[in-house]
Design a protein around this ligand. Sequence first.
Ligand SMILES: C[S@@+](CC[C@H](N)C(=O)[O-])C[C@H]1O[C@@H](n2cnc3c(N)ncnc32)[C@H](O)[C@@H]1O
Length: 178
Amino acid sequence: MINFYKATDLAKQILIENVENKNISVDFTLGRGNDTLFLSENFKSVYAFDIQKECIEDFEKRNIENVKLIFDSHENVDKHLQFFDCGMYNLGYLPQGNKTITTLKTSTITSLTKASNMLNIGGFISIILYVGHDQGKEESLAVLDFCRGLDNKNFNVAYLNFINKNFPPSLVLINKVR
Ligand SMILES: C[S@@+](CC[C@H](N)C(=O)[O-])C[C@H]1O[C@@H](n2cnc3c(N)ncnc32)[C@H](O)[C@@H]1O
């Protein structure tokens, strides 16, 4: 049964069930590595991006063979790979980390523009949005605007929100169909 408690868990369950090919995956925001770990257990390979050296070094210690760690902004995704089947964004700042280092509207939209072109047919991108802080609100609005603009001949896009909670993280799913 699907666990409806957290947007992050919901994303993982939907991705496992629905991504057609479990080959190349991308974690666009490595952070503490929970999503990268999930991807490494379910996909042949993972590319994981973060702009904080600490996140890269922490994950490196786990020595997981099918994960390629990339110390670069996700807006440069096209410099590191060509296509992928599944991508995860968990926006905002690192929990228990430096709150001033956060994903930003402009680079996130650049990254999403590239990622939606690089996504294989049958693939999915999940995005966790946070509206609990000002930067997050602004970024969330920009991401939702971007997603609304995706051509519905090529993409199905769904938006899931826990509407009986205060400022809950929400989930966007992008599925490329053609
Ligand atoms: C909410 S945390 C990610 C949580 C993570 N997925 C996990 O499982 O712990 C957001 C992360 O995005 C990173 N980040 C911020 N801007 C970025 C960018 N332009 N490119 C890549 N990572 C970025 C931050 O350093 C932070 O580690």
